[in-house]
Each structure stands twice: as C-alpha cells, then as structure tokens.
Design a protein around this ligand. Sequence first.
Ligand SMILES: [Zn+2]
Length: 299
Amino acid sequence: MDLKSLLLVAASLVALPASAALNIFACEPEWGALAKELAGPKSTIYVATTALQDPHRIDARPSLIARARSADLVVCTGAELEIGWMPLVQSQSGNAKIHRGAPGYFEAAGHVTLMEPPRRVDRSQGDVHAAGNPHVHLDPANIAEIADALAARMAQLDPPEAAQYRERGKAFIARWQEAATRWQKQAAPLKGMPVVVYHRDLSYLLRWLGLQEVGSLEPKPGLPPSATHLSGLLESLKAKPAKAVLRAAYNDPRAAQWLSERAGIPVVVLPYTVGGTEKATDLFTLYDVTLSSLLRVAQ
Ligand SMILES: [Zn+2]
C-alpha cells in the first residue's frame, strides 16, 4: 500500500464517530436477546451466562471482568439476582461507565412491578429473593416495558443513533404485543392448571397464564430441595394433586425426577431463557417453546 492510500485509510478510521455503536454486556441470555432486537447491526453483544447456568450462582471470572472493561452498556436483571458476582465484576473492571447509578448500567427489574415485594429476611435461611422476585422476563408485559426503557437508554448513550434505537424499540414492541395476544389465546387451556415448580423463577409466567403453583421443590427460594421437604410435598400432593413438575433447564434434574416417579406426574423441562432448549433461540421462540411444552401436559 502506498503512502497516499495508507493516509486515506487512516483518515477514514479517524472519521468514524466514537459512538457509532454500543458495546453491550448482558448478564443473562434474555437480556442479550432483547439487546439484539434493539441495538442494531453495528453494536456488539456479549452474553455473560448461558441458560444452563444458575444466574444466582455465577463466578466473577477474569474473562467476565475483561469483557466488562470495554462495555458501554451493561444490561442485568437486578433485584439482587446478580448480587453474588456483578458488584465484583463492576469494581474489578475499572470501567466507571457501567457502575451502579451510571447510565451505562441498566437493571431490567427496576422498570416493572416486582412480585414478592422486598422484605427483611435472614439470608442464612437461603432466601435469595429478599429484594423481590427478580425473574421478570416470562411475562410479556414486562418484556414490553423493559424494551421501551432499554431502547431509551441506548438512545441516551449513543446520540447519533438515537432515532434508530427508538424506531427499533417501537417496531419490536408492536411485534411483541401481537405475539402476546396470540400466546394468550393459545394458553387458554392452561388456566387453573396446578403445577409444582422447582424455584420461584416461573412465578411471572404462572401469574400471566393463570397456572396454580401448589408447591416448590425448594423449601425456600435458593435453598436446595431436602429429603424432608420433598416427602412433605409428596404427601401434600395427595390432597392437592398437580399436573406436572416444572423445572428450568439449569435446575438439577434429580429432585424433579424423584417427585415425578412417586406422584405419577410428568416432569416438564422449560427453557426458562433463550438457549435453554434447542428451539428457544430468541425471545419469541422462548415463549413459543414454553407454551407448547406446557400445553402438552394440559389435557
Ligand atoms: Zn431466584
């Protein structure tokens, strides 16, 4: 390359606006998927966890800290779901843009009304939902609220692209609401269906569809299933039978299997988030797969 073309290349590099795109760090796959819907082709998205990992229990690995260092925007659940790892990732990253309170740090849970409102609990008892139930992404109305707020945040952080973020936000919400109307119709047979859950990570889904939670494998949110609790649960199912035991892809299968065999009801493995099953590749298919899995046991 001659000097002239080299200078032209250099000039074009300099001419690129520094904020032409966002470097996004998503704490969980559902927020990575939502960011993908809104951020546009120029942005990069790194998803810190997979659907097969328990989001309450993640290690603040050096690779996560390295990724956070260069992020313009961190999108997390909040409501203390990531309390065991994100504060460390944020402080170790040395990136002031993504610290709590900075515009580069976005918490989804802050934009919706939480179930199980915040309360004082003894954490030694294992309750991991002291700030309210953080698993907000399985109610479509929550996704719409969060999408609206996230598109606005992206516009704030990247002013040259602001109009595009708002436009993509509007288009996504319109598509999403159309799908939600369809899901609601499809899910009519699920109304009132009694189920046992593993953890209270399906509470928003159950409330939206009118399913009835008659027990959970965990004695308290975050406390692993114990033999005593499970036999008590099995006993209570005699008076209040359930149609199925639901568990997320990331949950240990053993307790659900144990109860399923003894109570004579099937285990339904739900993706819980994007990537939890093969077909749940984005937010739309996550809901499609979740509903079809539940409908299979509703008859
Ligand atoms: Zn939880």
